[in-house]
Design a protein around this ligand. Sequence first.
Ligand code: MLT
Length: 302
Amino acid sequence: MYKVHCLNNISQKGLALLSSDYELTDDVSEADVILVRSANMHEMEFSDNLKAVARAGAGVNNIPLDALAEREIPVFNTPGANANAVKELVLCALLLAARDIVGGAAWCRHNADDENIAKSAEKAKKQFAGTEIMGKTLGVIGLGAIGRLVIPAAEALGMKTVGYDPFLDAERAATISPNLRFTDDLLDLCASCDYITIHVPATPKTKGMIGADEIAAMKEGAAFLNFSRDTLVDNDAMRAGLTSGKVRRYVTDFATPEVMTMEGALVLPHLGASTAEAEENCAEMAVREVMDYLETGKKVHC
Ligand code: MLT
């Protein structure tokens, strides 16, 4: 019997797949398997029994990969299982960056007691006027599971698209959309887009990938969306970009102390994969991967 410990809430739909060879335990020190969402495992001590770790999500920066590899404990993740949820939030963020929905809604709430609200709203609406995304250009950095869903969705809304991915060539990028302009030059993407969204993993190589040079190359008043990881963006450079007006809007899914005080930043508490469907898909995939491995020795891990 394998003992499974969940470090975070893992969807029941996934846990229900565990066969009778598995039982849940509250005691991490006896776990054969750890299932995790976003808990930071870097300082954890692992039981001698531990045989596999599975993350119900794509990013694995909360998992000590090297320490586990030394003990030959495989780590599984679920790339693609929450990609649709993130894509939908990216589309939402694009529209939030184009139209001042947040400012307009806050204004209404603030003026709830105004007896002449209709008249005041007529006056106020100029303050919240936006722009349309149709005809504008979206740059997508990283053409993996999420990036390749965002491109046709943005095109369906009338946007032009530009893609950059150092691991892809033009021929493979063309399979995502015939209308995508592929570039192997990040600065070219920055210079040619009204909106830019980034979808790359957090690694030492991608740390600060969007810095002063990339922001300097951007169009005046560009909007930047970050639904990948906070470390990809150099916060000092982004703050300077927002202050100068070079960057009009920074929508980020990572509520770090540095971005909370940035004027022009719209900050969300890591909602990218927070949908019922994504939670279920990730949990199911993580559980299947672990059971496959323990039953067949198949190691499809990251
Ligand atoms: C992921 O790594 O899959 C995403 O950041 C979503 C999440 O973990 O909540």
